[in-house]
Design a protein around this ligand. Sequence first.
Ligand SMILES: O=P(O)(O)OC[C@H]1O[C@](O)(CO)[C@@H](O)[C@@H]1O
Ligand SMILES: [Mg+2]
Length: 458
Amino acid sequence: PVSLSGRFKGSFAYFTIKDRLPQILTRVIDTLHRHKNEFFEEHGIDVQIGTFVLRLFQKGVEAEKRAISFLSKLRNELQTDKPVTPLEDELPDAALWNQYLDYQRNLSNGNGEPSWFQSPWLFVECYMYRRIHAALAQNPPIDNFDVFKEGKAQNFFESQEAVIGLCTYFQELLKNIKDLDEKQLQEELFKLLQVSLWGNKCDLSFSAGEDSSQKSSPLQSLENMVPYILVNDMEKLWSLLVNAKKNRTESNVRVDIILDNAGFELVSDLVLADFLLSSKLADEIYFHGKSIPWYVSDTTKHDFNWTLKQLQSANHMWMSRCGINWEGNLKKGVWVFCDHMFWTLPHDFSSMGGVAPDLYAELQMSNLLLFKGDLNYRKLTGDRKWEYTVPFHQALNKFHPAPLCSLRTLKSDTQVGLKPGQGEQIQASEPDWMSSQESHDHVLLDISVTKEQMNHYQ
Ligand SMILES: O=P(O)(O)OC[C@H]1O[C@](O)(CO)[C@@H](O)[C@@H]1O
Ligand SMILES: [Mg+2]
């Protein structure tokens, strides 16, 4: 099926490119403006003349001006549907981006240059975040400034009550985890999977930077939310982990979490990861983050370490206990953080084997891949206009390094793996169920395991 694109007027892609992306760009430009003094303070050179000190060289402010003019030009290109231009920077992934642009140009088969509204949505939305990164990276000394840092920190601080609730619940659970029988362990896993699933509501790109923090602990409302889970493969996930554990003899059980948003969602993913270790369902957890600031709230290495530091230094016993334990897991090497550049390219995952064979080989070492969020789902399924009932496995287009599971709240108009009539039924009562802020209460936990992989675990 065709790729989602802004050329389909009235689609979520169209409104995203027309309204939300320019809004996000305006916020970025505003953020740079607001940090002018910080750049002035941080990056000026003082010259002593007699008793006077003069700040002569304003490298910081000049860089800010250049970055803002770059971003204003980008916003104008987007809003006037200009052709998508090749990247001019020498960053490590620039060649891969320009190759992909050539590929898009060939795909458009002479029907005009790839452009913001004509090209696939996934490509142009990723391209905007890559150009934002270039606007900073090409302008030292502000090249390491994360324009989304504030929003992510705010998301964490405004989710404090939910974070405290979750850390308290988890530390209480750890006290008697050794005495839990298999049924109880399964129940706890399902709870924490759902908390991680609903945590994905807290992304800042869907809300174009507006607050979307988790105000209260989701644990109390899980029961009421179960009906909103469209695809629920938790039983399959449990049996896969239990079988892997039984077969542990030959190697460690490894679970990889392909992270999404910082803030409450990240904390919910870390609690899930700690439960997998503490329950001995897994021996090691690999986290995959983003190597550059991405989609407003996606987790970078800095966000990951910053979150652990905030927890450790929190004025709350169970929050700091979590932070200390998790820092310990990193030191012991049972938790590993990595951030391959493939995750911030426009390619969907079916081309990972060709574009990033090292990453594909790395993921093949895993017993289970947990993909968090909507963007990962779009890249897993190629961001296409699929029929709702197309099997998830088919939409993966042969991307299958290991058994994988998507934990996603619906924030874009692509969906597969539904039962016949299921999508239409929701559509009838909620026409824009796939992409409106109000209704994005629909989530899924969809797992895909090949027969060979399942047999391997029997
Ligand atoms: O953080 P997530 O769950 O990947 O969501 C990203 C959001 O940004 C979008 O790209 C829309 O702009 C959607 O994919 C989704 O709404
Ligand atoms: Mg995100």
